[in-house]
Design a protein around this ligand. Sequence first.
Ligand SMILES: [Zn+2]
Length: 294
Amino acid sequence: MDTIVHFTLQGGAVRGLLIDATETAREAQKLQGSSAVAAAALGRGLTAAAMLASMLKDQKSTVTLTIDGDGPLKKIVCVGGLSGGADVAVRGYVQNHAVQLPLKDGKLDIGGGVGRHGRLSVVKDLRLKTPYIGQVKLISGEIAADLAYYYVQSEQTPSLVSLGVIASDVGVSSAGGVLLQAMPGCDDAMIDKLELMSPIFGDIANELLHDSIEALLERWFAGLEAERLETRELRYECGCSRARMERALIALGEEELKSMITDDVDGAELVCHFCSKKYQFTTQDLLRLLNRRH
Ligand SMILES: [Zn+2]
């Protein structure tokens, strides 16, 4: 079972999250049959979405993280929300999940897969009239630094983000992340200290191979008045349904539906991006959906 630990340092001067997303990233790769680099990029994206979602207040709110770079993986979309009490559920996909790339300095080249140019956007549907939208340029393509830049630029919160995934073409060994945010009144010495520690946090995927996040919380932040506030469960959950697929078909518009009805192929097959489940629609089904539009 994956977990998210919420904690503070020095009486609330810093708030933090430690996330073990190993099972979540593993499930995503299993469902989508991703290559190592795609699984690692998605594992980072899902952990980042879990960070964003775990900060939501309302059960029905959702957050969508999109990383749209100029690299061969193309778009990465991750969605998160609270599900059943304080639990966090995420889902996501990589547009081009079969990409193979040579290792860079012995590591999966996620920055090369994502690309150095592009955008990271966060859309929070907080059940208000209009969703909150924040967007920044990619600064590294490695996702962690890009998310930290988003927190500073769009949410005006100085943040340190680390994300790590160990993956091969056949499985995910570990995935996790660290988020540290300076609250108003946090002194510079504390920020300097945490920045010096950031290479350690960057190694979280290796650490999770032999330690729990509770153990890391104790070991890393000893002497910094770490206080654990809450532990939440994290899981991969698609939640697709035939009704949702019908809505997606209707949203394609009249022209698109008509061309699906009149083309040579009988009916249509939709594949869920998030879990690879297939949904079949006959020409009769499509006609019914077309009529429902009016
Ligand atoms: Zn699905």
